[in-house]
Design a protein around this ligand. Structure first.
Ligand code: GLN
Length: 445
């Protein structure tokens, strides 16, 4: 085991030189203390998930040097099953972004073409997953699409579970009502295995569901004959035509396996992006209030009164996107504007959930493209305004607002770059989406 871990460490350092997936690679890797389902597998941890004795920055300068005295429940669960932690992966600051370019430390490059993004905000996780030639699965996190997007842009598999399936204890909050820890791996089996290990009740998180642990790998063997697929028509609008074609071809492959499909409408889709960004920013602006240079991370020489000190720390520590979100989020929940923005967005969220609930009365799963484009080049991203960047999330925010499980799997390519297909299920129907994803993966090799 010792030699194997050392070899993985050397390989990770070489990958870091080429593609920068890590914010931190520990000097010394702790060897696993037990044997279990993850023995012989390296786990990377997105840098907003706390790891005992390993720096955890959430991609932000304001947390530089923060070494948590504890690990997140998801991390503890993985370690108990014999995994070892290879490092902390790069991300947009606090999860604020879609391309991992808003990271204060490094920007992961897509191993398929280093002039392109690995997606975000879990870009380091998808980058490493693709580049690693050793057994590895990534612990990642999604608020509005941060697992699916990087999986789609790198041709890897990204699984976002039902909200509350995995404990959020030890996760640095972006937007509490939306945040979910999930996994990115090379195969459907990999992400299914890791989910089986990390999901389950936890006394430390009052929002985690009180549902016993389950072995989701058992679903992978089931046939998909008779499975009913809904194809939400709004999710094919404003999507690159070639991507649309690849996804429809994939739906046909599922039909050949005995599934049936029908178009369905999710009429509130067009409002979901605005609702998502108002809710996410409102919640994040309150969450970031605790970063004031007194308790965690960045400290500066104490000067002036408290307000003056913390203004200097926050001006220095937060990046541009975090500042934008603090201002917009604070505005959206201010007395006088709260009804017009925040409360309205919550109502829209309910409508989005109702759309999905109605669809799941008729269908087992919904299938759509994951992203409207393939992995963009960094110089293309630079030209996008913040709103244009937010618009890239149009297909991922719906399932995230609803807290329903979804998986992005590679389903083909456009101009040599991978296309992700989203398989979306009803609350707690991880088994169904994994079953369909696995069946597809077997015929799409
Ligand atoms: N791109 C989205 C955002 O910036 C989603 C990010 C995430 O899921 N963490 O909010």
């Amino acid at each position: 085991m010792k030699e194997f871990v050392q070899e993985v460490l050397e390989k990770s350092k070489a990958i870091q030189k080429k593609y920068s997936p890590f914010i931190t690679i520990p000097e010394k890797i702790d060897l696993p203390k037990t044997k279990g389902r993850l023995t012989g597998i390296a786990i990377s941890v997105k840098d907003n998930i706390c790891t005992k004795d390993i720096q955890t920055t959430a991609g932000s300068k304001i947390l530089e040097g923060y070494v948590p005295p504890f690990s997140a429940t998801a991390v503890i669960n993985a370690l108990k099953e014999g995994a070892f932690i290879i490092g902390k992966t790069a991300m947009d600051e606090f999860g604020f972004g879609t391309f991992s370019v808003n990271c204060a430390y490094c920007i992961p490059k897509n191993p398929l073409d280093i002039s392109r993004s690995c997606g975000g905000s879990s870009g380091g996780a998808s980058c490493l997953t693709l580049a690693a030639d050793f057994p590895h699965i990534a612990l990642a996190e999604s608020t509005g699409g941060s697992i699916s997007c990087p999986a789609a842009f790198t041709g890897t598999v990204g699984l976002t579970p039902t909200y509350g399936r995995v404990s959020r204890w030890g996760l640095i909050d972006y937007a509490n009502s939306l945040d979910k820890i999930g996994c990115i791996g090379k195969t459907v089996h990999d992400v299914t295995l890791l989910l089986s290990v990390i999901a389950g009740p936890d006394n430390y998180d009052s929002t985690v569901l009180d549902i016993p642990k389950e072995d989701f790998t058992l679903y992978l063997k089931e046939k998909i004959k008779g499975v009913k697929i809904g194809v939400p028509k709004e999710y094919f609008e404003n999507v690159n035509e070639k991507i649309v074609k690849v996804v429809w071809n994939s739906i046909q492959k599922l039909e050949n396996l005995g599934a049936s499909y029908k178009e369905v409408s999710l009429p509130h889709t067009k409002y979901s992006l605005s609702a998502y960004y108002i809710i996410a920013m409102a919640e994040s602006s309150t969450n970031l209030a605790k970063f004031c240079g007194m308790r965690y991370g960045l400290h500066l020489p104490l000067q002036g009164n408290y307000d003056e000190y913390f203004s200097v720390v926050r001006a220095n520590g937060f990046g541009e996107e975090a500042k934008r979100r603090i201002i917009l989020g604070t505005f959206a929940r201010m007395a006088g504007f709260r009804d017009a923005y925040y409360l309205k967005a919550l109502k829209v969220r309910t409508k989005v959930i109702e759309d999905f609930k109605l669809a799941f009365k008729k269908f087992d799963v919904l299938i759509a493209p994951t992203m409207p484009v393939v992995a963009p080049k960094f110089d293309e991203i630079e030209k996008l305004s913040p709103i244009e960047q937010y618009m890239m999330d149009i297909l991922t925010v719906g399932p995230n607002l609803a807290g329903i499980p979804h998986i992005s799997i590679p389903c083909g390519s456009v101009n040599g770059l991978p296309v992700g297909m989203h398989i979306i299920g009803d609350h707690l129907q991880e088994g169904k989406i994994l079953q369909v994803a696995y069946a597809f993966e077997q015929v799409n090799k």
